[in-house]
Design a protein around this ligand. Structure first.
Ligand code: LLP
Length: 442
């Protein structure tokens, strides 16, 4: 019915459990809507990536948790304890990492349009690497680094031209992409020479990320091969040999029936395949093995998280559809509205019952498109039931909004069967905190 990953199970009471905690009890303690994360799961995936680099590549690399998937202080604290790095893409993510005392050297900063203040903040904190994605950024970085009398390590984001099989909105290495410098049209070579000419920038190598929620190993392998070929070309043409290669993120996770169920070690297999590709490619091309980075986000937190809702209004439109409305919606999970994403729902308090009906799950926002999905197989759902939507750990909380002035749900972290807040509930006061009524309107 669902991919348990040893984190989800149905207990003797017939309730859904996550990380050993009964979801009915979690709801009694914290209410709904609520994001729930299993800490053991998150740590397990972080370790799998870290240990694979250790065993297969002599530890000459660093896993960077792509914190856009789920950013809050606690997740940076966990990543720090697991001795991995993080990728941040905004001043806000950097600030959150900083508040969690995340070591600057293990932070890599991304973004296709980093703002001057974000660059200044990154340099002031001493961020280990900055991935350059525009000439203007290289200029800005050079100026700010010079001002501080420092030399900043940077990478260049290249677009190797790999079309991965995923939703168009999350493909990033097609010819028409706002990300990276194209290898095919010579832009990647030109920016390499440009960055090399900057005395306060130290070019470490290249980054590429082909997209997200991708299962084909071959797409990742191809991107790495193209990267290596480009590295060899730059060595031959410009005498520049990259010391580092950042392979990006993008490994797919299980959301619903039809999605591959990769077991935990499957992620190690993906990484092993990439590391083998690098070793083989470098030998063939006469390159030194680069220091490697991998930037998984979704595969670390996606299946570690679920969202719990209470069922409210139920509306049956004869011959058309039955809608079950929950106390959340597109303000805590906009992914159906954005990408028609598929999810799996479980009736938490009667999890062992067989499904008997096909229902749509609607949110509470004033939008017809505010749905979690339209085709969930569930036992007969009643008002007051608790629903869990699975695999919501990535790109849900991080993409949440206060649309309709709904409150973004809090998040709890489960460890050894007990849950505690990692993001406290918002209040109405939080909603109006920055509102101002000009005198003349009073
Ligand atoms: N590195 C870079 C440079 C990225 O742009 C991304 C994701 C990652 C790493 C992490 O990729 P992951 O391992 O999580 O697939 N909001 C969309 C996903 C956008 C992904 C953006 N970049 C969604 O909800 O599906």
């Amino acid at each position: 019915m669902f991919h348990t990953r040893d984190t989800l199970k149905i207990n003797k009471k017939g309730h859904l459990e996550i990380g050993g905690a009964d979801c009915v009890d979690i709801v009694k303690q914290f209410g709904t809507p609520l994001y729930v994360f299993d800490e053991a799961y998150i740590r397990r995936v972080m370790r799998i990536y870290r240990d694979t680099i250790q065993s297969e590549y002599d530890g000459r690399g660093l896993v960077l948790y792509a914190s856009k998937a789920f950013s809050c202080e606690a997740i940076y604290a966990i990543a720090n304890q697991e001795k991995i790095g993080v990728d941040v893409v905004s001043g806000g993510e950097l600030y959150t990492a900083q508040k969690a005392a995340f070591p600057a050297q293990r932070i890599v900063m991304h973004g296709n349009n980093k703002l001057p203040y974000e660059i200044a903040e990154a340099l002031d904190y001493g961020v280990g690497l900055i991935v350059v994605d525009a000439h203007s950024e290289a200029d800005l970085l050079e100026r700010e680094a010079e001002k501080r009398g420092m030399i900043q390590d940077v990478m260049i984001r290249i677009n190797p031209g790999v079309e991965a099989h995923t939703h168009a909105y999350v493909q990033t290495a097609t010819p028409d992409s706002k990300f990276g410098f194209s290898v095919a049209n010579g832009a990647a070579e030109e920016i390499t020479a440009y960055v090399l000419s900057k005395p306060h920038l130290r070019l470490k190598g290249y980054h590429c990320h082909i997209g997200s929620q991708i299962f084909e190993k071959q797409s990742f392998v191809l991107a790495v091969q193209k990267n290596l070929a480009f590295m060899a070309e730059m060595k031959a043409k410009l005498g520049f040999e990259a010391e580092a290669l950042n392979m990006g993120g993008g490994f797919g996770i299980w959301y619903a029936e039809g999605d591959p169920m990769i077991d935990m070690n499957g992620y190690a297999d993906y990484l092993r395949a990439l590391l083998t590709t690098i070793k083989d490619g470098c030998r063939t091309l006469g390159l030194n093995f680069p220091f490697v980075y991998l930037e998984p986000g979704r595969s670390i937190v996606g299946e570690a998280g679920i969202t719990l809702y209470t069922v409210g209004a139920i509306k049956e439109i004869p011959g058309i559809r039955k809608y079950v409305a929950v106390d959340g919606g597109m303000f805590d999970n906009p992914r159906y509205a954005l990408y028609q994403s598929k999810y799996t729902a479980v009736l938490v308090n009667r999890a062992a019952e067989q499904p008997t009906e096909l229902v749509g799950i609607a949110g509470k926002c004033c939008e017809s498109g505010d749905l979690i999905g339209i085709d969930f197989n569930l036992p007969a759902v009643k008002t007051g039931d608790i629903l869990a939507v699975l695999s919501t750990g990535a790109y849900n909380y991080s993409m949440a909004s206060n649309y309709n002035r709904n409150l973004i749900p809090p998040a709890v972290l489960v460890k050894d069967g007990a849950a505690e807040y990692i993001v406290k509930p918002q209040s109405y006061e939080d909603l109006v905190r920055n509102d101002v009524i000009p005198e003349r309107l009073k």
